[in-house]
Design a protein around this ligand. Structure first.
Ligand SMILES: O=C(O)/C=C/c1cccc(O)c1O
Ligand SMILES: [Fe+2]
Length: 315
């Protein structure tokens, strides 16, 4: 099976509040290289594990996992709006295989995706619709959330399906490592307007979207200045997780507890479940015959991100 893996941190703050020019250039160079590698590989299909940020999935009905049979990008921050190229029959067959494997998966024929899905697609392929993509959402911001172990099992089911299909496949995991951007939580929200937005804030006005983005930029400015109460980044946690993923140390990965993830690496570090699922999918698709490579890591407070990249190629 020919397969590639690309796990990559995302951040909507790119271009909105940037670190020094040398770091912007370094990350842009990395992304250019990764995009060239995807182009050279020419995937027949992409399986993209992504976390939403209360832009497409809300608390009126929050699945833990959801596969898109059709999807469009909402165009938050600097990501483009528009349809993804979802191969419906393939996505339906994938959903069937995953459910048959014992993973109770939601599905949507009108999935809305935000920067968590759109940014890696645009950065790694040049457009939202360059390649057929099966978008697979993992709830990472609205507790209760699943465990690393469940994310692994989801990924394995997708990887086994991809192997049976035999198409050249790229598995993408899109998410932060340690980070804690200002995402409101039902458990602590008291303002009725915030609670209402948590429950359903589909298709907000341009003004409402701009106000949210301004709040995130202000939070990044304070975080960088050291005047914020947001959870700090945790390079040690990030590097250890990358090392364990590269080694496919599933016993160690399965042992992570959700409360520790939040305490050690911040509320949005649960996005790393997209990496766990993508690595597990790659492992199953290649029946273990692949090589992992850690490509990048840096703490970037301006982007509120422990920013990393982990690649893999089949042997
Ligand atoms: O959805 C938002 O408003 C902010 C999301 C965000 C901010 C910083 C880092 C990330 O990985 C994010 O997804
Ligand atoms: Fe995110």
């Amino acid at each position: 099976m020919q397969a590639r893996l690309q796990c990559l941190s995302h951040t909507p703050l790119k271009g909105c509040f940037d670190p020094e020019a040398a770091i912007v250039k370094e990350v842009a160079g990395l992304v250019d290289t990764l995009r060239a590698e995807v182009e050279a590989f020419g995937p027949e299909v992409i399986y993209l594990f992504w976390p939403d940020h209360l832009n497409g999935f809300f608390l009126d009905l929050m699945p833990q996992f959801c596969i898109g049979m059709a999807a469009e990008s909402v165009g938050d921050y600097q990501s483009s709006a528009g349809p993804l190229n979802v191969p419906r029959t393939l996505a339906e067959a994938c959903a069937q295989a995953v459910v048959d494997a014992g993973i109770d998966l939601g599905f949507s024929y009108r999935m809305q995706v935000d920067h968590g899905c759109a940014q890696p697609l645009e950065e790694l392929t040049g457009a939202l619709d360059r390649y057929p993509v099966v978008p697979i959402f993992i709830n990472s911001v609205a507790p209760p959330v699943v465990s690393f172990q469940r994310a692994r099992l989801l990924g394995e089911a997708v990887g086994r399906f991809a192997r049976a299909r035999g198409q050249r496949a790229l598995f993408i995991g899109s998410g932060g490592l340690s980070h804690n951007p200002p995402v409101p939580q039902m458990a602590t929200a008291t303002d009725p307007e915030v609670i209402a937005r948590l429950i359903d804030n589909r298709n907000p006005s341009p003004e409402a979207r701009a106000a949210r983005q301004a709040r995130t930029i202000a939070a990044a400015e304070a975080f960088t200045a050291g005047t914020s109460t947001l959870h700090p980044l945790n390079a040690e946690w990030d590097r250890k997780l990358m090392e364990r993923l590269a080694a496919r140390d599933w016993a160690a990965i399965d042992a992570y507890r959700n409360a520790d993830i939040t305490a050690d690496a911040g509320g949005s570090a649960h996005e790393a479940k997209t990496w766990v699922a993508a690595v597990a999918a790659m492992d199953a698709a290649c029946a273990g015959a692949w090589q992992a490579e850690e490509r990048y890591y840096r703490e970037i407070p301006e982007w509120i991100a422990g920013f990393g990249a982990l690649s893999g190629r089949s042997r």
